[in-house]
Design a protein around this ligand. Structure first.
Ligand code: ZN
Length: 427
């Protein structure tokens, strides 16, 4: 399972590639692509997916019988990185560097002295048409060099990294124009045809297994994106509509037209209902009995810094699915949603563990509470335990990918009915 995960990660250097590669997997499994700008024909028993901005994707299947609700997962396809600015080339006559800015909240230090590549999308002009083309240089082509210890004797005493000074990568060639030429070559178009682009640095290293652990780039959150999509494709039919969402822009707050805070999920579900002849009140009735699993990786207890973990809510790699709690509802898990999901994990034989931040440490936020502002329903926040979150190379449990696939397959095979507020029954 982890070998497939590593292949998925290698094919997904940016959110655009995560979306495109996931769409390819769905097409290969017989799914029909819907376009938001066109009318939707949806039939019982049909399998569909829709993308927005080429960076967020929602896939769903329509059961043949009466629909009981939506059983949904949400993961994110973006990761912290450095975005290459529009006027990318910074030439000083000696080096050619790339002008970059931070995308998301990364750990800066591990991005240094690491062979990096470039991927993203370009907008190509041909006649009166503008079209998006994905680009992936694949090979290492840039590096952000450290200052030697001899010139920075305090380097090991806590270094501040200024993104405008310390984090600018050196491009592989000092020749002016060579970056632009390499991007055009990778896109298979002439330089003149490229109007603009959204390009990012990424770590092209392939994932590795370290005995009980795996280390790879972008495990947050491609481990969950891969696991949820794999489970979605493997699950048998239930009475609910299984829905698999992979959103862009989680790392920058989700408040974009394609992020979890956008109308993308609401628009998709309401259009699906309308295409099947349901009205707005039918849609709301279905949502009331629906469920969302927000899947985003969790912090494993650190081997050298156990003090950062809450003593009773310490997530362990290879300990199974982590259910995340936060009293301020940055995580959506509550008694009802965590209880329902725990029952499903138990039915699949997958262990669960509980995570909460130390009470004196604020945690991050994720997809569930943000998505709930557009489509409000019972939701649980879960993930897999990992180390070094937001480093370009992260570490997780080797057994956990398969556990999450198993748990989410069982989830997609369940359907739920809210008999009244506070009373839920599995169908
Ligand atoms: Zn994440």
């Amino acid at each position: 399972m982890n070998r497939k995960l590593f292949d998925y990660i290698a094919a997904c250097p940016t959110a655009f590639h995560t979306c495109a590669h996931s769409a390819d997997m769905l097409r290969a499994a017989g799914y029909t692509e819907l376009c938001e700008a066109q009318r939707w024909e949806i039939v019982p028993g049909g399998k569909y997916f829709v993308t927005r901005n080429g960076s967020s994707l929602i896939a769903f299947r329509v059961p043949t019988g009466e629909i009981a609700g939506f059983m949904m997962t949400a993961a994110h396809g973006d990761s912290p990185s450095f975005k290459i600015k529009e006027n990318a080339e910074l030439s000083d006559g000696n080096y050619l560097r790339l002008s970059v800015e931070k995308y998301g909240g990364m750990l800066c230090a591990p991005w240094l002295d690491r062979p990096l590549s470039v991927a993203g999308r370009v907008l190509v002009s041909k006649g009166d048409t503008l079209s998006v083309k994905l680009v992936d240089l694949q090979e290492p082509c840039a590096i952000i060099p450290n200052v030697a210890i001899h010139m920075n004797r305090n380097a090991n005493d806590g270094t501040k990294y200024n993104a405008a000074v310390d984090m600018l990568p050196v491009w592989m060639s000092s020749e002016k124009g060579s970056f632009r030429a390499a991007v055009a070559k990778a896109a298979g178009v002439s330089e003149d045809a490229i109007v603009t682009g959204d390009l990012f640095l990424y770590d092209p290293q392939k994932g590795v297994t370290l005995g009980e652990y795996i280390s790879a780039p972008r495990l947050d959150d491609l481990q969950c994106a891969f696991s949820s999509l794999t489970a979605f494709l493997a699950a048998g039919e239930s009475r609910a509509v299984p829905v698999c969402c992979i959103f862009d822009n989680e790392e920058v707050g989700s408040e974009t037209k394609q992020g979890a805070a956008s109308t993308f999920l609401y628009d998709t579900l309401t259009r699906l209902c309308a295409a099947l002849g349901m009205d707005g009140s039918e849609y709301r009735r279905l949502v009331a009995g629906s469920f969302l699993v927000s899947c985003d990786n969790a912090h494993a207890v650190h081997p050298n810094h156990g003090e950062f973990a809450d003593r009773n809510h310490t997530a362990r790699m290879n300990g199974g699915v982590v259910i995340k709690y936060n009293a301020n509802q940055r995580y959506t898990s509550d008694a009802v949603s965590a209880g329902i999901f725990r029952r499903i994990c138990e039915s699949a034989g997958v262990p669960v563990q509980y995570y909460a931040n130390r009470a004196d440490m604020p945690g991050g936020s994720t997809l569930g509470n943000i998505s709930n502002t557009q489509v409000s329903l019972n939701a649980v926040d879960i993930g897999l335990a990992q180390l070094a979150m937001h480093s370009p190379f992260e570490t997780a449990g080797a057994a956990d990918t398969a556990s999450l696939v198993k748990a989410l397959t069982a989830f997609f095979e369940h359907s739920l009915v809210a008999e009244r507020d506070g009373v839920y029954r599995f169908l």
